[in-house]
Design a binder for this molecule. Sequence first.
Ligand SMILES: Nc1ncnc2c1ncn2[C@@H]1O[C@H](COP(=O)(O)OP(=O)(O)O)[C@@H](O)[C@H]1O
Ligand SMILES: [Mg+2]
Length: 592
Amino acid sequence: MASGIINYSLDSIRFYLTSAQKRKTVWLFILTLVSSFMEVIGLASLIPVMLVAAEPGGVQRSKYFGPVYQAIGFQSESHFLLLLIVLIFAFFLVKSLFSVWVNYMQARFTAEVGISIIKTQLNKYLNLPFWYFNDFGSSSLINSALSVPTAYVSGVMRSLLTFFSEMIIVIVIIIGILFYKPLLLFVLAVILLPTAILTYRVLRSRSQKIGNRINELRPISYAIIGDLFNGFAELKLANKQKKFEQHLIANQNEVQNLDAEAYLFSLLPSKMIEMVAIIGVLTIFLYAVFFPGSSTNLVALVGLFAAAAYRLMPSMNRILTALVQLKQFQYTIENLESYRDAKYNESPHPQQLPLSFNKSIAFDKLHFSFPGEQNPALRGVNITIRKGEKIGFIGSSGSGKTTLMNILLRFYCEQQGAILIDGQPLTPQHLHAWHSIIGYVKQDTFLMEASIQDNITLGASEVDTKRMQYAIEQASLQTFVSGLPEGINTLIGERGSKLSGGQRQRIGIARALYKQTEVLVLDEATSALDNETEREVNEAINKLSHTDITILIIAHRITTLRECDRIYELSNGEVIAEHQYTDLMRKIVQLN
Ligand SMILES: Nc1ncnc2c1ncn2[C@@H]1O[C@H](COP(=O)(O)OP(=O)(O)O)[C@@H](O)[C@H]1O
Ligand SMILES: [Mg+2]
């Protein structure tokens, strides 16, 4: 009945296990098997001891204990019983220690696999082609990279382990009963099996729905709470905090209620089985009352039934709960399996080659369309830039400037044409070499909640102070940094909340310089700035003009491009004109 979900889960786990881990699984299975046998043997050993202890002289009459009693030469039955009890206790002690150790091994194993799943998920999302990556919000990425693997470990892996360990116990008990009293097995099967199947059937589809719905709701919660805290100032001013809060609470309300329902479902199997076991006992009693002929036999049967059911119940219960959990956490299997296709994977080429950049960068008849888009974003862009030149790019919004730079940065790959460095096409094998010499400053510079120094080095453990000094000077940050009591170690707040727009941009520039960038891409670095801060950033850019760094500047404001050797104008993915700064200024002045 449940083989579908079991096979599905096993297939999913198999994908993550290394061959060493697969061997380990076999070992764990054997250990679990041994532990289950000890469990059942321990319980079974109580029955004969109780039986002989109950009647005087029972030990000597017993066909198992009698010979042992004689052989060792005991004088009193109570001493013999005491020895038996000590032995049983010792066995239980060993058994418990062993089973705790097996559980510990299982727990360590799931933790190990959990880590490898998180790694796989991280690699998957970090190697997504940029345009797919951009489709995900950070909330759904956090959900998939951390929450889902964690839920998978507890909901799928642990449930599977429970399922198999308890199955072994149940099977061992059943085999025991089969030898001991086949009729009892029949009674048990008739009563317990249909209940178990029915309970599972009732709970499974609802459980799966609960899991899927929680998986939908969780990222939404993350997204709302992110907006609520990130947009603190804006939302407060707009008097919208309450509205976001209500939205979040409504979302959490559903999550919490579903969680509660799932918890209830995890309790139901035990209650159901308990009820049915009691009905079984009572039915046998009633039978004994109404058909008194074979009563002694039946009373014994009732006792045995109760004993067997008592031991079987917790196991059956755990098996059912595990199955229901597997259904509830099926969504994690589906989530982990998504985006495994090769087209979603752009992991760097294993054999990286060195790259020489001494002469030029050329965009050679570059064509690019976004997947699924009708109109190409770039059509036949042909530009050659000599090393050390400063080149400007202008054009209306959507003309393809950022896309062109994303191709140069290798976030996108052209469909036709090539980027030539010193005449050699840039291939995936040059990625590391190319990324080590190209820097990028965007309109919204990425800043970490860390010190200025860490933001410039992106968290390097060892800092080259000379290079740092150079970067700070060249980025015109010197006055600002020396005015701070803690200088370069000053914390800048989450996303640089303690910095002005101009300062953020200049940290971005300092970062590129510290990296010893040879090619610097500035994408609308001054567009969002007011006139005064724009001048500060322009000052930094102009300083850079006197270095031998090759600079490509996309600018909204023409004044940013004053030091450029040439300015290309893009429209609709094509270069439509080439300007000089002075000509361009003259034209604009004439237009006004
Ligand atoms: N991830 C994307 N998926 C689909 N189309 C995109 C994507 N990014 C940009 N575009 C489209 O590509 C064109 C060029 O965009 P872009 O290079 O950002 O322009 P610019 O930087 O010049 O304003 C625009 O028509 C834009 O809508
Ligand atoms: Mg742009």
